[in-house]
Design a protein around this ligand. Structure first.
Ligand SMILES: [Zn+2]
Length: 231
């Protein structure tokens, strides 16, 4: 059995959950998990229905894009996932979706500010829009990298969809759910034409401090692990 088996099983399980809950349709979207202690990820294959694939179809790809395991072609967005892991050491799981309400904001090119405690605590002070570039292109990866230093966990990708990050797959999936909830609510609030209240700045700062502390702990844990391996 592959040493990556549990990672593959988790990626498959969450891919199917994503389809089942209609956060993505058809073969759209993709999920990856960072392999603990390696510069490699488990990621969904490209253009495959998630209910038509087997656990062994999940690809294991290293940071240089070499396929370590899997016969199918990895997602065309693999490079984009790798760039996120390289640039955000707190992240261990990434979910890219074409979820409907979030996609509205990817079309009207409008960020969502801090509106609810539970969302801000998990996703950060803003859900910003990453400028458009063709799927799978180097330019799209670069546009994403340029945005990652806001330390947030959810982004809209202009004219495309959304990106949710997490310290674990559970966190990333919860962020997908929170993203859809806030997008849906904010859409209806905007449509009402009434003034919209935002969270007070002091509260946003406090919630983000909490998020950043958790991220810093994970970065420290990872760096300690790397130091151990070098010795
Ligand atoms: Zn996509």
């Amino acid at each position: 059995m592959s040493k990556y088996q549990s990672y593959k099983e988790t990626v498959l399980q969450y891919s199917q959950r994503l389809s089942q809950n209609r956060y993505t349709v058809g073969t759209g979207g993709n999920i990856s998990l960072l392999i603990e202690g390696e510069n490699a990820i488990a990621i969904t294959p490209t253009a495959m229905d998630y209910f038509g694939i087997h656990v062994d179809d999940i690809c294991i790809v290293d940071f240089d894009m070499n396929i370590l395991e899997g016969k199918l072609k990895p997602s065309i967005e693999t490079k984009m996932h790798i760039e996120v892991y390289k640039n955000r050491l707190d992240v261990n799981a990434i979910i890219h979706t074409h979820q409907v309400y979030a996609s509205i904001f990817a079309l009207i090119n409008e960020p969502i500010p801090a509106l609810f405690d539970e969302v801000t605590l998990n996703t950060g002070h803003i859900i910003d829009v990453i400028p458009y570039a063709l799927s799978g292109s180097q330019q799209l990866s670069q546009n994403i990298v340029n945005q990652l230093n806001n330390r947030c966990n959810c982004y809209f990708i202009q004219n495309h969809g959304a990106l949710s990050l997490g310290m674990s797959i559970e966190n990333a999936y919860r962020n997908v759910e929170l993203l859809e909830k806030i997008s849906r609510t904010y859409y209806y609030a905007l449509a009402s034409g009434r003034p919209i209240t935002k969270l007070p700045d002091a509260v946003v700062a406090r919630l983000c401090k909490n998020l950043h502390e958790r991220q810093d702990q994970e970065i420290a844990r990872k760096k300690a692990g790397q130091a151990y391996r070098l010795n």
